[in-house]
Design a protein around this ligand. Structure first.
Ligand code: HEM
Length: 120
């Protein structure tokens, strides 16, 4: 199993630090913040940590709902998806994730747009 991306992110602790930062930024974003009002940021950060850890080849298993189920009925648009990616880029940069490792993770997340976006 190739865990080079997991290691480039600083293992589980490194991923967790970015996801805590990301989950704290989301409710504050002018474009998509309203989506995250009143949500449990700790739960979201933990779920994202498991998911990205697994995607990166780390020793984790995301146990939550699949992406279609998790976002069903929210009518998430493409600009909203892009806004979330920008917020993630802010969190990755703030936590010092190397640029190549940022882009490798984004490449794994990008195909999820099919299951998450349901309005243009
Ligand atoms: C690659 C992009 C995305 C990934 C990997 C992702 C991942 C996740 C994960 C793992 C959860 C937790 C599911 C659970 O435990 O119930 C979640 C929930 C959520 N996502 Fe996303 N998501 C993405 C894009 C988006 C976008 C674009 C929006 C809206 C702008 C969004 C809004 C939400 C909301 C509001 C929840 C909370 C649902 C709830 O707790 O009731 N997500 N997402």
């Amino acid at each position: 199993q190739d865990d080079s991306l997991y290691r480039a992110w600083g293992g589980k602790a490194g991923i967790q630090a970015v996801m805590v930062d990301f989950a704290a930024r989301l409710p504050q974003d002018a474009r998509i913040g309203r989506r995250f009002q009143g949500l449990n940021a700790e739960h979201l950060a933990n779920q994202l940590t498991e998911q990205l850890c697994e995607l990166a080849g780390g020793p984790c298993q995301y146990q939550g709902p699949d992406m279609r189920a998790a976002h069903q009925g929210m009518e998430i648009s493409k600009p909203e998806f892009n806004a979330l990616v920008e917020v993630l880029q802010q969190a990755m940069a703030a936590r010092g994730i190397p640029f190549a490792a940022q882009n490798r993770m984004l490449a794994k997340l990008a195909p999820m747009h099919r299951d998450i976006i349901d309005v243009p």
